[in-house]
Ligand binder design. Sequence first.
Ligand SMILES: [Zn+2]
Ligand SMILES: [Zn+2]
Length: 172
Amino acid sequence: MTSQVVSFQRRHLPDLRILSTEELDLPERTLPTMAVWWSVPTGLLGDAGLTDESVPGALHAAEHASIGLLPLLATCDRWDLGGVSTALHVDTERATVFVYDGLAGGAGFAERGYHLGATWLRATRDAIRSCPCPDGCPACVQSPKCGNYNNPLDKHGALRLLDAVLALAPPD
Ligand SMILES: [Zn+2]
Ligand SMILES: [Zn+2]
């Protein structure tokens, strides 16, 4: 996992209003770790009613929610996990969501997610669906540690995406 901090936001307290976004010039950092991923064939994205414009927000929202959920199924904290989602990954050649261990060398959490498989995604889908917020909140699809300022995020798209994926998944 290679990451690079390119900017930060200054926010007003207590309302977190954005005061400014500051550019940074920092080197890349590389973390050798373990990840679990799931990918979605293009046809299934269409079945879920997602367009090229809505796919990134749906994947990103599903990624955040799955990271928030994994600590309930594996003994870890969401701060032990990182994630990346992309509408087209060069290696999988599909829309893909990665969740990786934040500890160098891996800590077994991503592997636990792999073994949980559809159970994990089902719990993620149910958590999003049962959240009463209209368009996403910190309890469902927003992440306190997002590297992209929680943008784009599409709660309803994530729900349709996970429904489409889980319709083809094995039962618990
Ligand atoms: Zn919510
Ligand atoms: Zn994010």
